[in-house]
Ligand binder design. Structure first.
Ligand SMILES: Nc1nc2c(c(=O)[nH]1)N[C@H]1C(S)=C(S)[C@@H](COP(=O)(O)O)O[C@H]1N2
Ligand SMILES: [Mo]
Length: 312
């Protein structure tokens, strides 16, 4: 049975994310990692390893970045709890190594990739993307990663493949949120194949030049900047090519609130919240939300002829 728990609207204003909160999150991380005072001297303020060479991308937005501490301390990752500060607090037992990702389904060369091989698959880029969550907050994040298309091409999708299903890790020993049936675990998401192959669709392995922290979806997560945040499945263990539209965790939990497409659309409100405006983390006041989150020129043609009120 599924207990119906849906996204809550922002419980605290981003401006109230205090230094105390950040300090607490970091102290817990340091303790969990068993590093004691040593971590304080580490090169990264957050304890993550630096990534190697990173290439700039023409797909980056030219906007003010959301500070790294806000990005990693305020987000959703229900496997670690449903509060926005729960992920940063509760990831202590999660390990992103060793890690493999199975890529399978309707393809000529299904394969299991070790994370080390994935990191060498394609040049790591910096992609500065606008991100908008269905609850109404937004950020600008310098992701590091490579196009999902680079990985999918490796397994040679068959002509019959029309969709891609993404499955997140579901490890009860390290993910306390799995004890509650808030979603139909494991977390799954899906894209149509042309959306998945679009050059903007990113497999992220880091942000701000450092490997992803667990709360951001280590070691590998999906980033689809023209869709609401929940399409970005974290800590991926499986990617599967299919001929029919896959079920997704949020679509199953509340189909009237979370459609399969979930394109950012100021004209189609979520049943409980307007989608016309958003609050950029760290800013006062509101901004107008743009169709496809400002990426309409690049992705609008994917939806030509579709009624986006029906396919929301
Ligand atoms: N596995 C998993 N992936 C997930 C979620 C989750 O609960 N579990 N939450 C989603 C939601 S609702 C959002 S808004 C984003 C937020 O995280 P980010 O800021 O790190 O992108 O992650 C998405 N990916
Ligand atoms: Mo979200």
């Amino acid at each position: 049975m599924l207990i119906r728990v849906t996204h809550d609207s922002c419980p605290i204003a981003p401006s109230e994310i205090t230094s105390e909160t950040l300090y607490r999150g970091r102290r817990d991380f340091v303790r969990a990692a068993g590093l004691g005072g040593l971590a304080l001297a580490a090169p990264s303020a957050f304890g993550a390893a630096k990534l190697g060479e990173i290439h700039k991308s023409p797909y980056s937005a030219d906007e003010r970045l959301t500070p790294q501490n806000s990005v990693v301390s305020y987000n959703n990752y229900y496997e670690f709890g449903t509060g926005k500060e729960d992920p940063a607090r509760n990831v202590g037992r999660f390990k992103s190594r060793p890690w493999t990702v199975r890529v399978e389904g309707l393809c000529a060369k299904p394969r299991t990739f070790a994370i080390e091989d994935l990191l060498k698959l394609a040049p790591i880029e910096e992609r500065i993307y606008r991100m908008r969550c269905v609850e109404g907050w937004s950020m600008v994040i310098p992701w590091n990663g490579f196009p999902l298309a680079s990985l999918l091409k490796q397994v040679e999708p068959l002509g019959s493949a029309k969709f891609v299903e993404f499955t997140s890790a579901a490890d009860r020993a390290s993910m306390p949120g799995l004890a509650l049936p808030v979603l139909d675990w494991p977390y799954t998401e899906g894209l149509r194949l042309d959306e998945a192959m679009h050059p903007l669709t990113l497999l992220a392995v880091g942000l701000y030049g450092e490997e992803l922290l667990a709360q951001s979806g280590a070691p590998l997560r999906l980033v689809v900047p023209w869709k609401y945040g929940f399409k970005g499945a974290k800590s991926l263990v499986r990617i599967r090519l299919t001929d029919s539209q896959p079920g997704t965790a949020w679509n199953k939990a509340a189909p009237n609130e979370y459609g399969f497409y979930s394109n950012v659309n100021p004209d189609v409100d979520h049943p409980r919240w307007s989608q016309a405006s958003e609050r950029r983390l760290g800013e006062f006041g509101k901004r107008k939300t743009l169709p496809f989150n400002g990426y309409a020129d690049q992705v609008g043609k994917l939806y030509a002829g579709m009624d986006l009120r029906k396919f929301f």
